[in-house]
Each structure stands twice: as structure tokens, then as C-alpha cells.
Design a protein around this ligand. Sequence first.
Ligand SMILES: C[S@@+](CC[C@H](N)C(=O)[O-])C[C@H]1O[C@@H](n2cnc3c(N)ncnc32)[C@H](O)[C@@H]1O
Length: 303
Amino acid sequence: MTFVHQPVMLAEVLAALEPRPGGRYVDLTGGGGGHTRALLERVGPEGRVLALDQDPEAIVHLTDSLGSGYPGLIVRRSNFAQVDEALMSVGWERVDGMVLDLGVSSNQIERSGRGFSFDRDEPLDMRMDPSSPETAMDLVMRLPEGRLADLIYQYGEERGSRRVARAIVWARNRGPIRTSRELAQVVRRALGRPGPRPRMDLATRTFQALRIAVNRELDQLALLLTKAAGLLQPGGRLAAISFHSLEDRLLKQAMIRRPEHFDASGGPGLLALYKKPVTPSAEELAANPRSRSAKLRVGTRVG
Ligand SMILES: C[S@@+](CC[C@H](N)C(=O)[O-])C[C@H]1O[C@@H](n2cnc3c(N)ncnc32)[C@H](O)[C@@H]1O
């Protein structure tokens, strides 16, 4: 199976991290390996890149596609929230830089068969880590209507969340909602017809909300951000790409805006390298639609 994913804001990530020959870096979201490969090229034969992913398919792909060409590559299946343990397992205390490219890969959306896309008829699963306990179907079938509505509102920023939750409960009382297509139809029916030129599918926000909930994406990101600064060398950088406002808010909050706001008594911190997030160039937006909502924030370790 070929794995498809085009790395987002690669040049900007490299400009921010300035990977040095012989350095040690972590790709917290290895995926298709685009950022990993570029880091490996920059660190050269003396350098090392540790690539993490929670999805076993990504781990196989990273190992198969890059393992033989780059002896400096180390691959670990791990949630990035446990990056401290992953570092310990390879005997590293601190690294020169980390890259984080959040969300799902094109491969997961288009080929994993795990129901990430409302365009496909696949089991309603949505787990990036197939060993985690609860699928999207479990959530959709289990949660009370009010909790479902809150989740869809909070994680999907869906203004019609109450209507969607009511429709889901109505549908599930008639039988299990087993597939991504079934769920998409329930959501679309609940929200009515899109305008003459719909900007996005009516099911988009509900699917985003369920994916975030199933993978506990915001909790995992928040936990990573409590650890990241302490695992960087002084001056080391975290380059983080997010794809929606909930993630971007966490990244923004984790980065201090001005050096004088840094309180050394709280341990090491991240100082924002840029005041505003960097967004993709016009060329990249034209070439890769997935980059559309990407925002890059970079933090440098202080303290
Ligand atoms: C957008 S893709 C990364 C693509 C990669 N940068 C590239 O250029 O090919 C995100 C990847 O991160 C993984 N991922 C998402 N959340 C994760 C987490 N909490 N821990 C580990 N991996 C995660 C997903 O499984 C997916 O493979």
C-alpha cells in the first residue's frame, strides 16, 4: 500500500528549527515522514531523528520508507503526550528541536478504512491508535443527548449541535449507526440543505468533534505542552502546526509572548519566536488544499 501525505509548511518548519548537522531532533507526529525525512537530510550521518506516531500503519511506513536510507532514524510507536518516556527509551535527556504536525494524515483520511471521512462508507471508528478503548461508534451510541450536543459544540464549534445530537439519538433508537456514511447522512439531514455554494460539507464539524473526542486530542496536546520545554536544550525549539482554533489556542497559551513575562521559578518555558502564527504561502495553498487552515507557532526554550 502506498502512503500518501504531503508535508505542510516544510520550508517554514526548517527555517524555524534550523536543524544542525549532528543534532538530535524529534518528529512528534511522524505520519508520512515528510518532516522526518527533511530533518534527517539536515542532520546528516552524525545526527539522529526520533520519529513518533501512535498509528501502527504510520510506524510501518516510516520504517519501510526511510529506515534503510537513513541510519540516523529511530522510530517509536508512542503517543506524543508520552514523549518523555520515548526519549528515555532511547537514552536521550534533551533534544535540539521538535516538530509537531497535528491532526490526521491524508493516508488516514483516504486509505485507513477507519471512518475519518464523511465521503466514505467505512466503519465509524476514527481511532488513530487502534488499541485505544473507544471508537466513534461507541461514543455516538453511548453518550446522552446533552453530552453529545456539548461535545459537538465544543470540539466542532457546530452551532446546530443540539439539532445534530437530537437527530443522532433519534437515528440510534432505530438501530446502530455503524458507518461514516450513515452518520454523515444523519448530520446532513439534521442541518438541512447547504446554501447554493456550500463552503464545506455539513458533516465536517461533527466529524471533527468526534475525532477530537475519540483521540482525546486536546488533552494529549495539553499534556505534551507541559513537558516540551523541559525536554529541549536551552535555545532548542518546538515548531508546531495546528489545523483548528482549539489547538491553536492551546499552543498560543503555552508560549510566552515577551521575555519579561517569563517566571523562572516555574521551570523552563517556551518563548514565542513570532508574535503571530505563520500561515502557508500562496503557492502552498494552491498546491496542497490540506494546508488551508494550517498555522505554525514556534517556541524557543527559556530557563
Ligand atoms: C498530519 S500527520 C503528520 C504528517 C507528517 N508530518 C508528514 O509530513 O508526513 C499527523 C500524524 O500524527 C499522528 N498523531 C496524531 N496525534 C498523535 C498523538 N497524540 N501521538 C502520536 N501521534 C499522533 C497521526 O497518527 C498522524 O500519523
